[in-house]
Design a protein around this ligand. Structure first.
Ligand code: DC
Length: 231
């Protein structure tokens, strides 16, 4: 069976990475969390004092791009890939609320997107990849074999994100998490550069009432039908 390219886009915290990881594990494909890359640029800017009170000077962040090296490494314990920023495992740090609060603005900078998209295309050039994000099916891999557009009820998404943060020892309120999700959705769908939109040929997956297993089965069936057509 030839190795296909799977692009998963959608709103914040609707389970894109959960589905993408499960698919990659099942198919023996690479998984790339493109949001983690934008989070790394944001973390680097925060650590270097370039973001203060939720504002920053674009040019200062653009200058740091040449200092940033990103890579993903499979972690056999979590059975998923960890994100490395300049050889440091930052998987936990990039999920902090302070990063979430600033990442949409940083990811709207054109030069940041240009660099990240170049890396993403390089990672996916041989197929056999599942990549999730906001512009994967529309911009990074417009010819992806399978495009999914994920969505879910905002309250359900908030609760899932809150559970995830709590399990990592962070304790924001439901309202804080919900506001962050909604404001990121707004910024991601309204920015000038590659906003989040549904690709014309994407299949919509609303997982508000689906278990992880049901969602995975649904997509595996799509892939099965697709690869029958491709081969
Ligand atoms: O998937 P995530 O929530 O970790 O992504 C963090 C932010 O990065 C998100 O608010 C928007 C941005 N992003 C993007 O602009 N393009 C992508 N392909 C992936 C993420």
């Amino acid at each position: 069976m030839s190795k296909i390219t799977i692009a998963i886009d959608g709103y914040s915290s609707c389970g894109k990475s959960t589905l993408a990881k499960a698919l990659a594990a099942k198919l023996g494909y690479a998984y790339v969390d493109s949001g983690a890359m934008y989070r790394c640029v944001t973390l680097y800017a925060l650590r270097n004092g370039l973001i203060k009170d939720n504002s920053f000077i674009e040019d200062e962040i653009i200058k740091t791009l040449s200092e940033i090296n990103l890579k993903f490494e499979f972690n056999p314990f979590t059975k998923s890939s960890d994100t490395f920023l300049n050889n440091e495992n930052v998987e936990k740090d990039i999920r902090q609320m302070i990063v979430s609060e600033n990442v949409s603005k940083v990811s709207a900078i054109k030069a940041v997107r240009t660099k990240m998209i170049m890396i993403q295309r390089e990672l996916g050039k041989n197929g056999g990849i599942v990549m999730d994000g906001r512009d994967i099916g529309t911009n990074v891999f417009p010819n992806a074999d399978l495009k999914l557009f994920m969505t879910a009820d905002p309250d359900i998404r908030t609760q899932r994100r809150l559970d995830e943060l709590t399990s990592k020892g962070q304790h924001p309120t439901f309202l804080e998490v919900k506001q962050n999700l909604l404001s990121r959705d707004h910024e991601d769908t309204h920015r000038k550069e590659n906003p989040l939109t549904q690709a014309k040929d994407a299949i919509v997956l609303d997982n508000s009432d689906l278990t992880r297993e049901q969602q995975l089965d649904f997509v595996l069936k799509l892939i099965h039908d697709l690869t029958l057509k491709v081969n």
